[in-house]
Design a protein around this ligand. Structure first.
Ligand code: SAM
Length: 292
């Protein structure tokens, strides 16, 4: 077994050797605690039969743990300065491919076909760059990629919103967007001290397990997500008031919206945060014919 990259001493050594300086704008907070990395790979449930997609390998702290515990790692790293460093730190592993691309712009599906063919089980495992956490997770879920799940470190506050249940103050359109596709759970709360440099916020690891079918039957997904976002536009307003002010021509269509709410069994005086995903699905299916 090689010496772990994720220790304060080794991280400092590597940075000094390459004259590397952190870019805050790229969310570069590197992990320096091997115990946390072992926990992440355990929660991800990796075996040599699993292929892993990593976003943002940094200097390879998590990547090497993924290389040890999975069959193959495909890692997307936006910062070109890290490529020679990764070539060095990951030289003991022959099952890692680094792609120098912005994951948000990358054709991930093609990269999976090219690099991970033959693997039936694909997990996304990462310590995400915090400035783009949500767009990355939503991209991975909405592009219909053949992944089993996602196990990632992110800001605790975002993790709380993703895993929130109806009736809580964290529950909103993000909870619904993610839980529509997955079962979401927070598996670990992580202190700031395990990062270099330390971020300003607390972190958490969440695990998202893709559902075989979405959580509810929805006639038009785009419209469903529009209805959920509209319902939370102003959290203190009733669902009827939010929908009339947010949906196109909503004010003129107040009667149709009221009738749709009633047909869906939703009291127009309720607030969005009290509706389950299934209730939102029912409601958006009722509203859809009035907004086509
Ligand atoms: N995995 C390393 C670790 O845990 O120590 C580094 C994690 S650091 C929080 C996030 C990494 O994502 C950085 O290496 C950063 O350069 C990279 N990154 C930022 N934006 C990215 C993007 N859009 N696509 C791919 N990588 C990105």
């Amino acid at each position: 077994m090689h010496k772990d990259i994720a220790t304060p001493i080794r991280t400092k050594e590597i940075m000094k050797k390459y004259g590397f300086s952190f870019k805050k704008s790229l969310g570069q907070n590197f992990l320096i605690d091997p115990n946390i990395l072992r926990n992440i790979t355990d929660y991800a449930g990796l075996t040599k039969k699993t292929a892993v997609i990593e976003i943002g390998p940094g200097i390879g702290a998590l990547t090497e743990h993924l290389a040890r515990t999975s069959g193959k790692v495909l890692a997307f790293e936006i910062d070109q300065r890290l490529l020679p460093i990764l070539a060095d730190t990951l030289s003991p592993y022959n099952n890692v491919t680094i792609v120098n691309e912005d994951v948000l712009k990358s054709d991930v599906q093609s990269m999976i076909e090219k690099e991970l063919g033959g693997y039936e089980e694909i997990m996304v495992v990462a310590n995400l760059p915090y400035y783009v956490t949500t767009p990355i997770i939503l991209k991975l879920l909405t592009e219909g990629l053949p992944i089993k799940g996602i196990c990632v470190m992110l800001q605790k506050e975002v993790g709380d919103r993703i895993a929130a249940k109806p009736g809580t103050k964290e529950y909103g359109s993000l909870s619904i967007a993610i839980q529509y596709y997955t079962q979401a759970e927070t598996v670990m709360i992580v202190p700031k001290t395990v990062f270099m440099p330390q971020p300003n916020v607390d972190s958490a690891v969440i695990r998202l397990t893709k559902r075989a079918e979405p959580a509810a039957r929805v006639d038009d997904e785009e419209f469903f997500f529009k209805v959920t976002r509209s319902s939370f536009a102003q959290r203190r307003k009733t669902i009827l008031n939010n929908l009339t002010s947010q949906l196109p021509d909503g004010k003129q269509k107040k009667d149709e919206i009221t009738a749709s709410l009633e047909r869906a069994g939703v009291d127009p005086g309720r607030r969005g945060e009290t509706l389950s995903i299934q209730e939102f699905a029912h409601l958006s299916n009722e509203l859809l014919p009035h907004f086509q």
